[in-house]
Design a protein around this ligand. Structure first.
Ligand code: GLU
Length: 471
């Protein structure tokens, strides 16, 4: 929670939920049933470290079990607490239903600064955390499936999967107990960049809807648009890189913890990233103005502002000064409820987190499906597709009397590999969900913005499932 805001992250999520629930018809009490966090476990466990013992605190919240398993990341952060985990778990429930991924929502956290431990120590701690979650039924391929989040990544997911497999040696689906694993350990191509890729696909879909683009005071496509990205972690880095390299957008500023880089002509995301990797900070990058602190650049004029780091960075304190026309929420909860209200009044078009950053969990879903089916996507049909393409090419060339060259030839002769299929599935998911949210917004007079529409869409879908269940 930001010090300047009156409401906590969890309250913000619940206020958004209540606003949406009030705009749709629901049987009495059902909104409360959907909104309530079903279970939360706090674990405190000792780990033998550096010749002594250290006690760690972790949480895993199961927000809604209207579908199983429940799904959501595990974050490693010193600021983690139970309320934050509950807020994030609730967002996962709404996120999954918005993008039609058949999971309930969950989230976990460990209160730790991962930078203070060696790889071996982190492995030991992560394996102990996995044992604790397993004992309490908070991990399992059919029950609760963690994934990476802030401070965690592929390697930790591999340790969790391996530990779970040791505890359940006869479970043939054990590797599906966690997603975001390395590809050689049951992961899937395209998972690392999936959240950033989903942000790109979501924004591309926005630009395919001229009425939306116009209502934001913009025109055209992503090409040449001035974008400010806050946070150069996994999500911010990939989204910024794709916007710059594939869509021709200008990344005019990148904000990080120690300060920001500004260049109205556009930054090279790769060069900034390499600089940050090498020096550990933004300062000293040539070819851009360094702005210490840098948070005021959230208020700098631009077409699209992409908060891609933490919750609560846009609050009632700075919302009134935001000049972006579109806010693309790559992070979870970057805009507080009150800030959201101010920005809506200013007609800033917000693509909400529960939709826009759902690329990660969508590709996690594909990974889980791969784990349960025990076969790589494309393995059965890739060469068949290529043979079909060859047959079409032969007929075409015969009819034309000349060879078909270039991209058309390549595309006919290349059967889809796993990465191509993952991207196709993610693109389809983001486009479909965009349309569903838009439809809810335009068909309900009580709904004035896309966040409320996204929540309403999700509540309706979950309510329909509850209405078919006996409680
Ligand atoms: N941590 C990511 C999120 O907040 C991904 C969750 C997942 O893949 O289960 O959406």
């Amino acid at each position: 929670m930001s010090s300047s805001d009156q409401t906590s992250f969890l309250e913000n999520v619940n206020l958004c939920f209540d606003r949406a629930a009030a705009a749709i018809e629901l049987p009495s009490g059902l909104a409360q049933q959907i909104r309530t966090c079903n279970a939360i476990c706090e674990v405190k466990f000792g780990v033998e470290l550096r010749g002594g013992y250290e006690v760690f605190t972790g949480w895993r919240a199961t927000h809604s079990e209207h579908v199983l398993p429940v799904k959501g990341g595990i974050r490693y952060a010193t600021f983690a607490d139970q309320q934050e985990v509950e807020a994030l778990a609730a967002l996962m429930t709404y996120k999954c239903s918005i993008v039609n991924v058949p999971y309930g929502g969950s989230k976990g956290a460990l209160k730790i600064d991962p930078k203070k431990y060696t790889q071996d120590e982190l492995e030991h701690i992560t394996r102990r955390f996995t044992q604790e979650l397993d004992k309490r039924g908070f991990i399992g391929p059919g029950l609760n499936v963690p994934a990476p989040d802030m401070g965690t990544g592929q390697r930790m997911m591999a340790w969790m999967a391996d530990e779970y497999q040791r505890l359940h040696p006869t479970d043939i689906n054990a590797r599906g107990c966690v997603t975001g694993k390395p590809v050689h350990f049951g992961g899937i191509q395209g998972r690392t960049e999936a959240t950033g890729r989903g942000v790109q696909y979501g924004l591309r879909e926005f630009f395919r809807n001229p009425d939306d683009v116009k209502s934001a005071g913009l025109e055209g496509t992503l090409e040449g648009k001035k974008i400010i990205v806050q946070g150069l972690g996994n999500v911010g880095y990939h989204a910024a890189k794709f916007f710059e390299e594939e869509d021709g957008a200008k990344i005019i500023a990148i904000l990080e913890r120690d300060g920001a880089l500004l260049n109205e002509e556009g930054l090279s995301v790769e060069a900034v990233f390499a600089h940050k990797q090498e020096k550990g900070c933004m300062e000293g990058f040539s070819g851009a103005q360094f702005v210490p602190g840098g948070a005021e650049l959230l208020e700098h004029p631009c077409d699209i502002l992409v908060p891609a780091a933490m919750e609560g960075v846009i609050t009632q304190e700075n919302a009134g000064n935001i000049k972006a026309k579109v806010i693309a929420e790559a992070a979870n909860g970057p805009v507080s409820y009150e800030a959201d209200r101010i920005l809506n009044e200013k007609c800033v078009f917000i693509l909400p987190d529960a939709y826009l950053n759902a690329g990660g969990v969508t590709v996690s879903y594909f990974e889980w499906l791969k784990n349960l089916s025990h076969v790589r996507f494309g393995r059965m049909d890739r060469r068949y597709e290529e043979a079909q393409g060859q047959a079409i090419l032969d007929v075409l060339e015969q009819a034309l009397g000349k060879p078909v060259e270039g991209a058309a030839r390549d595309s006919l002769l290349t059967g889809p590999d796993e990465l191509t299929l993952v991207r196709s599935g993610l693109d389809d998911t983001m486009r479909e969900a965009y349309g569903e949210i838009r439809e809810v917004h335009l068909s309900n007079d009580k709904i004035n913005d896309r966040r409320t529409a996204a929540f309403a869409l999700s509540i309706k879908k979950i309510a329909a499932i509850y209405e078919s269940m006996e409680l």
